[in-house]
Design a binder for this molecule. Structure first.
Ligand code: NAP
Length: 544
């Protein structure tokens, strides 16, 4: 295979400069940078049978990106940006999967990506200073650097519900939707989960199924996406302005190409406040969270005003008052969980074939061979859809048995919560880089922007090492402690810690409760990354 080197052909494991785990947005970007730009030998291992990562697996009906297409893409190639035509504002999963395959073709990436191959373990060999990477099938590969591009939302959470295995009908996870699709036409479908995935899938399942029961434990605030197809003039305006758009995405707090407004909600008279919210509601999308007022995630009163505004929209949309009230969130501030964006979610509950089932008041007791039983009712089902989320940010990393210096297991190093320096490296795990790792802004940013910044930073660090004849780099424990403290400190200003969400690990029983993404915003994060680099990688220790 091209790009692979073996010091002892035919005897010993294959050797490469870098092993990258995952061929989603991050893995493809890393392969392009490290191999095409820097000339390293790189081997990518991807568990799926195609590239795309999250956009390979999450092909459930209605799966659509919540960020706008024209900036939810790579910025590293002007030619790519100019030649690719997004069909509309919020691309559906097949379009993003096509885009990522196009990228893989265009930059000749496929030849160094081994599909259908799961990395099961990686061990740092102190004598050679290399990573021994083990594949599920037993093969081993040796690399100087190990770069994880495993995604923040890729380890699916299968809920521990009694009897799940006994169900005689079809069971699907939104996070592992079959490639050949699922036909629910004329079937009785049960959907568990009302996060972004469940909210996107609900209207589509309802349209096809004979009947849909949505089992809701916690209601969620969702904002209309207001998807639109692009016209030729939209394409031209975007392409004519791409360098400025991309530049702006690197400067704003969330990585979106929009300047935020410095306006405090309660300083604005009520009438005007409502006008701002009406305009944002009509426009749709994430902008509702940050495009009108700047204090929604800091000021509880401001947040409650906006939360109530959304509840009123729900009550105005859903005909049955009891169902409307059940859909109104009241246990967390708006935006303290990752806010979903929807197309026709609330209005779907006006359909005769859809029922919202409150499994907070009447918990699911078991799945039976013929359906689902709550503590007060039995539901006969043909299909069960689990939109039950992910072991976010750490799950996919810890699913690999990663062992660093002295055989230290990453799972043990992180038993009280993840500890990293910049979300990029872990003390005790030399030459391991974690793209969009815990402690980096990742999930709070427009993902491709977060990924490109990490990949560039890692590339520069490896360049620095090559220039200085260094072979090993590792985060210093004290610098890591300081970073972990800083991550905790910046999250105190945010209401994010108040919700039982995957941001804090609350969705996974037994997971330590820690605000895992860096909430200080992109500008401060980039400033820290640059300052550390410019100080000769302060906080990292190198050896030859
Ligand atoms: P999620 O937000 O974690 O939601 C999981 C849902 O499953 C919650 O409603 C949860 O209820 C419910 N649930 C879990 N276990 C349950 C059980 N045993 N019984 C009843 N209900 C149970 O997961 P997600 O919807 O997959 O979204 C995760 C993240 O992926 C999103 O926040 C977003 O960042 C990303 N995503 C993005 C897009 C996009 O850009 N278009 C689309 C989908 C997902 P509780 O709340 O009560 O725990």
């Amino acid at each position: 295979m091209a790009g692979l080197r073996s010091d002892h052909p035919g005897s010993g494991p294959r050797q490469v400069d870098v092993v990258v785990v995952g061929a989603g947005f991050a893995g493809l970007c890393a392969l392009h940078k490290l191999r095409n730009v820097m000339g390293l030998s790189v081997q990518v291992f991807e568990a799926g049978d195609g590239v795309g990562g999250t956009w390979f697996w999450n092909r459930y009906p209605g799966a659509r990106c919540d960020s706008e297409s024209f900036y939810y893409c790579y910025s590293f190639s002007d030619e790519l940006a100019q030649e690719w035509e997004w069909t509309g504002k919020y691309p559906e999963q097949p379009e993003i999967e096509r885009y990522l395959n196009h990228v893989a073709d265009r930059f000749d990436l496929h030849r160094d990506i081994q599909l259908g191959t799961r990395v099961s373990a990686a061990r740092f060999d102190e004598s050679s200073g290399r990573w021994e990477v083990e594949l599920e099938a037993g093969e081993r590969v040796v690399a100087q650097y190990l770069v994880t591009a495993v995604g923040c939302l890729s380890a699916a959470n299968v809920p521990d519900i009694a009897g799940l295995d006994s169900f005689a009908g079809e069971v699907y996870l939104t996070a592992k939707w079959p490639r050949e699709g699922v036909d629910v036409m004329g079937k009785r479908v049960g959907l568990i989960g009302t996060g972004s995935s469940g909210i996107q899938a609900t209207p589509r399942l309802a349209a096809d199924a004979a009947h849909l029961s949505v089992f809701q434990r916690t209601p969620n605030f969702t904002i209309p996406a207001r998807h639109q197809a692009f016209l030729a003039e939209d394409q031209a305006a975007i392409k004519g302005n791409y360098s400025a758009i991309f530049e702006l995405t690197r400067q704003t707090a969330g990585g979106f190409p929009y300047l935020s407004i410095d306006r405090q909600t309660m300083d604005v008279p009520v009438e005007e406040r409502l006008q701002v919210l009406d305009a944002l509601w009509e426009e749709g999308g994430f902008k509702f969270l940050w495009g009108g007022f700047s204090d929604l995630l800091r000021d509880p009163a401001a947040n409650e005003f906006v939360s109530e505004y959304i509840r009123q929209k729900i009550r105005a949309t859903v005909n049955d008052p009891e169902t409307a009230e059940l859909l109104c969130p009241n246990d967390h501030p708006y935006g303290s969980k990752r806010p979903p964006i929807d197309t026709d979610y609330y209005v779907t509950f006006n359909r005769d074939n859809v029922r919202l089932v409150d499994v907070r008041s009447h918990p699911i007791e078991e799945i039976t061979p013929t359906g689902l039983r709550t503590d007060d009712e039995v539901f006969d089902l043909d299909v069960l859809v689990l939109a039950t989320g992910f072991d976010a940010m750490t799950g996919a990393l810890l699913n690999i048995d990663i062992r660093g210096v002295g055989g230290l297991r990453l799972a043990d190093a992180w038993k009280d919560g993840p500890r990293t320096l910049l979300g990029l490296q872990v003390a005790g795990f030399p030459n391991l880089f974690t793209i969009t790792g815990p402690g980096s802004p990742s999930v709070l940013l427009n993902m491709p922007v977060a990924i490109e910044q990490h990949v560039d930073w890692i590339g520069e660090l490896i360049d620095h090492m090559r220039e200085h004849g260094m072979a090993r780099v590792e985060a210093v424990e004290a610098a890591q402690d300081a970073w972990v403290e800083h991550v905790a400190e910046v999250s105190k200003d945010s209401l994010m810690g108040r919700a039982n969400s995957w941001y804090v690990g609350a969705n996974i029983p037994g997971k330590p409760r820690v605000v895992t993404p860096y909430a200080g915003g992109q500008p401060l994060y980039r400033e820290r990354c640059e300052a550390i680099k410019n100080a000769g990688y302060e906080g990292f220790v190198f050896s030859a």
